[in-house]
Write a protein that binds this ligand. Structure first.
Ligand SMILES: [Zn+2]
Length: 452
C-alpha cells in the first residue's frame, strides 16, 4: 500500500485502514505549506516564502542549469502532457515557448527559471546523471544479465512494533498477525539473493524493522498541532487524544498527526537522503503488498479481490504542482529522463509478475490521481514521495491483496521451498513467487537492453 504526499491523507473515516484500492480523501495538511517556510532575499530586496509540501526541502533551482539544452521542445512537451502533468496546472507554472520553457520558481516574488531547449536531437547535450541506463552498462555474460548493476531494495513500511501505528497490521482469530512491513522485508531478502545470482550488487534501503529516520512521533507534536489548528475540520482546536484506533476522530488528534509525520513523511524523506547521497543505485525497487479496506484490524474483512499493479512517477495533481518543492522535483526528474528507463523496466517487470502470479491488473476506481502508462496494462504513473524523491529509476510494485482469501492463506502458510496445496491449488510460497517474478522481469529487461 502507498500514499501520495501532498497532504496528510487519510482514509475515509468509515473504513479505518489505509489502503489504495478504495477511495481516499485529502484533508488535513494543505495548511502545512504555510508553516514550513523561510524568507529568501530576492534581487531588489523583495522577500517571499517558498510554498512547500509537508517537511519539504527548499528547491535549488540553480541545479537545473546543468540541464540546459539537454532536451528538445517536443520531448519536453510530450513528457509534460503525457506523463507528469496529465491533470493540468495553472498556466503561470510552466510556460512552453518555441526555444525555452519558463518555470515559475516563486509566485509571490514572480521569479522564473528559463530552461533552454536543444534545437534538435543531434544538438542535444548529454543528460547529467549519477545512475546508469541499461544501455550504458559494460558487457555481461548471458547468465549474469544484472552484472555491474547497483540495485537498492526498499521494503515498504516498517513492521514489527511500528506495524499497528502504521495501520499496516491485522489479524484473523488466532492466526499470526499480517504486517505489511514484515512481509516486504521477507520478500526483499529473498529477492536480494536472486538478484545477486544474476550478477547485481544489492543494497538495502531498510533491512530491519527499525526506521531510518532518527525522529520519533513526539518530535512532531508541535508541527502536528499547527497543522490541526489550520485545519477547518478541527476549527482551530485539535481533538483530545483518542485511544481507539477504529475511531475516525483519531485523525484530528495531535497524536495521530505526529505519528503519520514520523512514519510516512520523515521516514520516506530520510530514505531518500540515504538513496541519493549514500547508496547511489542505478535502480530502486519499492516493494509493497496491496490491500482492500479491511475495517476493524482485529476482525478484518477478507475479500475475493486480488490484483497487481506497478507505479512509476508522474500524474501530478494541479494542487501538487502549486507546491514549489514538488514542482521543482518533478522538473528535475523529467529532465533526468528517468522515465525513458523506468517505464520499459516497469512494463517488463509487470509482464513477468503477471505471468508468474496470474493476477489481473488493478483498475483504479477513478483517474483522479493516476494515469495508466506503458503497454502492459499493469503500470500507472502516480506522484508518490518515494517515486518522486529517489533520483534514479524507481519501480514500485503493488502485487497481492493481503486480505484476499487467497493471499491471506498463502501468507499464513509462510515461506517454503517447492510447491504446496493452498486452497486446493499447488502454489509456490507467496514470498518466493513475488521475489522470483521480479527477478525474472529484471533479467528479461536487462538481457534485452544489453543484447545478451
Ligand atoms: Zn504498502
Amino acid at each position: 500500500m502507498r500514499f501520495n504526499d501532498l497532504t496528510v491523507q487519510q482514509f475515509n473515516g468509515a473504513k479505518p485502514i489505509v489502503c489504495l484500492a478504495v477511495a481516499w480523501r485529502r484533508r488535513i495538511i494543505g495548511a502545512a505549506s504555510f508553516l514550513l517556510v523561510f524568507l529568501p532575499i530576492f534581487p531588489g530586496g523583495t522577500r517571499a516564502a517558498d510554498n512547500l509540501g509537508v517537511l519539504g526541502d527548499h528547491p535549488r533551482w540553480a541545479v537545473l542549469e546543468k540541464y540546459q539544452q539537454t532536451i528538445t521542445h517536443d520531448e519536453f512537451s510530450r513528457l509534460i502532457q503525457n506523463v507528469y502533468c496529465t491533470h493540468g496546472f495553472a498556466p503561470d507554472l510552466i510556460e512552453i515557448n518555441e526555444k525555452t520553457a519558463r518555470l515559475l520558481m516563486n509566485r509571490a516574488a514572480q521569479t522564473f527559471f528559463t530552461l533552454e531547449f536543444a534545437e534538435n536531437d543531434a544538438e542535444r547535450r548529454p543528460v547529467p546523471r549519477l545512475w546508469r541506463p541499461a544501455k550504458s552498462l559494460p558487457s555481461a555474460k548471458p547468465e549474469k544479465p544484472l552484472s555491474g548493476l547497483k540495485i537498492a531494495l526498499d521494503p515498504g513500511h516498517l513492521g514489527g512494533k511500528w506495524a499497528k501505528m502504521e495501520e499496516r497490521w491485522f489479524h484473523v482469530g488466532s492466526s499470526a498477525a499480517v504486517e505489511e512491513g514484515e512481509l516486504t522485508l521477507r520478500v526483499s531478502r529473498l529477492l536480494a539473493a536472486r538478484l545477486r545470482e544474476l550478477g547485481a550488487k544489492v543494497l538495502f534501503v531498510r533491512n530491519s524493522n527499525e526506521p531510518i529516520t532518527s525522529k520519533r512521533p513526539d518530535d512532531f507534536r508541535e508541527l502536528a498541532r499547527k497543522i490541526l489548528i489550520k485545519n477547518p475540520a478541527t476549527a482551530g482546536q485539535p481533538r483530545a487524544d483518542v485511544l481507539d484506533r477504529n475511531d475516525p476522530a483519531k485523525e484530528q488528534t495531535i497524536r495521530w498527526q505526529s505519528e503519520i509525520l514520523f512514519y510516512r513523511y520523515s521516514e520516506i524523506r530520510r530514505r531518500a537522503v540515504l538513496v541519493n547521497f549514500k547508496l547511489h543505485p542505478d535502480l530502486v525497487l519499492c516493494l509493497h503488498f496491496n490491500a482492500e479496506g479491511w475495517g476493524d484490524p482485529n476482525n478484518p474483512t477478507l475479500t475475493e479481490a486480488d490484483h497487481l499493479h506497478l507505479l512509476v512517477n508522474g500524474s501530478y495533481l494541479a494542487e501538487e504542482l502549486e507546491l514549489d518543492d514538488e514542482r521543482f522535483e518533478m522538473i528535475r526528474r523529467l529532465l533526468s529522463r528517468v522515465y525513458d528507463e523506468e517505464l520499459p523496466l516497469a512494463d517488463t517487470v509487470a509482464a513477468a509478475m503477471a505471468r508468474e502470479t496470474g493476477l489481473p491488473p488493478y483498475e483504479y476506481p477513478t483517474t483522479n490521481s493516476t494515469t495508466k502508462v506503458g503497454t502492459s496494462g499493469y503500470v500507472y504513473a502516480r506522484n508518490l514521495l518515494a517515486t518522486r524523491l529517489y533520483r534514479c529509476p524507481v519501480v514500485y510494485c503493488e502485487p497481492y491483496v493481503m486480505n484476499s482469501n487467497d493471499a491471506f492463506a498463502r501468507i499464513q502458510a509462510g515461506d517454503y521451498q517447492g510447491v504446496r496445496a493452498i486452497n486446493g491449488v499447488e502454489r509456490k510460497s507467496i514470498f518466493r513467487e513475488y521475489a522470483d517474478s521480479v527477478a525474472d522481469g529484471l533479467a528479461d529487461f536487462y538481457s534485452k537492453a544489453r543484447e545478451l
